[in-house]
Design a binder for this molecule. Structure first.
Ligand code: NOJ
Length: 514
């Protein structure tokens, strides 16, 4: 594991919407460079940037047309290489977004692969051998290519699946994972990885990392073969490079070779229940003041996985990402403070989605670039109260997406002046994380107090003890044998230890040194 991962706190940048430096209405690499000091001062020391490659943008860049070319709208190769250098100058790291499972239907490999004549790319994608054959339960497109066959999709219609083979090939058109054509796909992926690491990035967030090998790779042994091979290459050639998977199963992803995996929002799962849960039309997220949920709904699922991988890899908690509704849609500022205090003091690497540090609101917007309901979480960063919230000097109708024009739209400038703001609290808790070695140790989490019928809970990391009471009433917990408190390190709201009991004020979070 590269040493820098241990201390990394990530900031996710959706490049379209972060900072426009040339007034064309869309964010760019130079805009990100302008804001690196801001990210550093916030307390983050690493970045994950969403896809920035040449693309027709039918899925916001997750439909790559050329893996080795930057999208002109973000800047040139020189600009991105300068971005890498500026990041490193500040002792920070940056991950690009690697899309291994599919390309755009406009990728030259796919165009070649669609041809009748056999060529180097004939088997780079998954094609059946007859135009009227379905693809055995896999999603496919028929009737579009000169070639006699249908091709398998990985996600949207514009995203044909690259061919990493089948775990148990049954039909003639299905290749095994060690077939030369599938090995060639794997080698092509390595080539892309080497290309960007040589340019100076520090690794990758890997899109749909579990999606490579098809049918019936239920326990992902086939897909794991591919990633173990990639990890071997990284360990040998780029030991400082990091990979984090979009997989949501650390017990599979970490043994497959990833350094980190995300706990993602899937309806009703433990992560969803923390901040985004709606039950019978009512908000029942754990951090919502009036919810009746116990934190065990989260921990039972989390701990089972964490315990399996805590010695080898990181199970990462995120404030949100470009695929989910912003947390501020469900939680108010006080509730967000408690949620973030929790997320940022847990094991694994925290990931902060741009704008979540000021509680940017979810906007109700028509779909853009295949975003659908995700579009409202991808609006321009609100820097200040000047034109377009300081995001761009373009006229409002030229912006990638409209800025939040509501009266109560938060901004960095206004929250920087307010010591009680969400932004100030985020800076404070990230500073604590950066200072406290116990918070950067991965394997030291103990859930010391949590009950089915209670809202308050407590956890310990080495000599740090955290209590949280998300409810609207004070809660009193009798001493249950923990070491004495030496000092208060951080708090939201009121909390004390008096007369042999922990007294937690309404909606409070406290960190004590014991
Ligand atoms: C997951 C990405 O996060 C999402 O934005 C994208 O649409 C799909 N994968 C397809 O690449």
């Amino acid at each position: 594991m590269p040493a820098w991962i241990k201390d990394a706190i990530f900031y996710e940048i959706y490049p379209q919407s972060f900072k426009d430096s040339n007034g064309d209405g869309i964010g760019d690499f130079n805009g990100i460079i302008e804001k690196l000091d801001y990210i550093k001062e916030l307390g983050c020391n690493a970045i994950w940037m969403n896809p920035c490659y040449d693309s027709p943008f039918r899925d916001a860049g997750y439909d790559v047309r050329d893996y080795k070319k930057t999208a002109a709208r973000y800047g040139s190769m020189e600009d991105i290489v300068r971005l890498f250098a500026e990041v490193h100058k500040r002792d920070m790291h940056i991950l690009l977004d690697l899309v291994p499972g599919h390309t755009s239907e406009e990728h030259p490999w796919f165009l070649e692969s669609s041809k009748v004549e056999e060529n180097e790319y004939t088997d780079r994608y998954i094609w059946t051998d007859k135009w009227f054959h379905g693809a055995q339960g896999l999603n496919y497109i028929a009737g579009e290519a000169p070639r006699d066959g249908v091709y398998v999709l990985n996600y949207f219609k514009c995203q044909p699946a690259l061919n990493y083979g089948f775990l148990h090939p049954e039909e003639r058109w299905q290749k095994g994972i060690e077939d030369p054509a599938c090995v060639a796909t794997r080698e092509a992926l390595k080539d892309i990885i080497r290309f960007w690491l040589d340019k100076g990035c520090d690794g990758f967030r890997v899109d749909m990392a579990d999606s490579l090998v098809k049918k019936d790779d239920e326990n992902k042994s086939g897909t794991s073969v591919v990633w173990k091979d990639i990890r071997r290459m990284l360990d040998e050639e780029y030991p400082e490079a990091a990979i984090v998977s979009e997989w949501n199963k650390p017990q599979v992803a970490i043994p497959a070779g990833f350094h980190m995996d995300f706990f993602l929002d899937w309806e009703g799962n433990g992560y969803n229940l923390l901040m985004r849960n709606v039950e019978n039309g009512r908000n029942n997220s754990f951090f919502y003041k009036d919810s009746d949920r116990s934190v065990l709904d989260f921990f039972e699922e989390y701990l089972e996985k964490y315990e399996q991988i805590k010695q080898q890899g990181h199970y990462c908690l995120i404030t949100g990402n470009h695929d989910m509704i912003r947390a501020a849609y469900y939680l108010d500022v006080r509730e967000l403070k408690l949620a973030y205090a929790f997320l940022f003091t847990m094991p694994g690497n925290p990931f902060l989605y741009y704008g979540d540090e000021i509680g940017m609101h979810y906007q109700n917007l028509p779909t853009k670039e295949g975003g659908y309901t995700r579009t409202g979480s991808r609006t321009p960063m609100q820097w200040d109260d000047t034109e377009n919230c300081g995001f761009s000097t373009a006229s409002a109708d030229k912006l990638y997406l409209p800025v939040d024009k509501s009266e109560d739209a938060p901004s960095v400038a206004s929250q920087e002046k307010d010591k009680d703001s969400l932004l100030s609290m985020v800076k404070e808790i990230l500073a604590v994380r950066n200072q406290e070695a116990d918070l950067r140790e991965n394997a030291n989490l103990e859930l010391v107090y949590a009950k089915r019928e209670e809202r308050s809970f407590a956890y310990r990391r080495g000599n740090l003890l955290m209590f949280c009471n998300p409810s609207g009433e004070e809660s009193v917990i009798e001493d249950f044998g923990l070491p004495d408190i030496r000092e208060k390190v951080f708090a939201v709201g009121e909390a004390d230890f008096v007369n042999g009991a922990y007294r937690l004020g309404e909606q409070s979070f406290v960190m004590w040194r014991i």
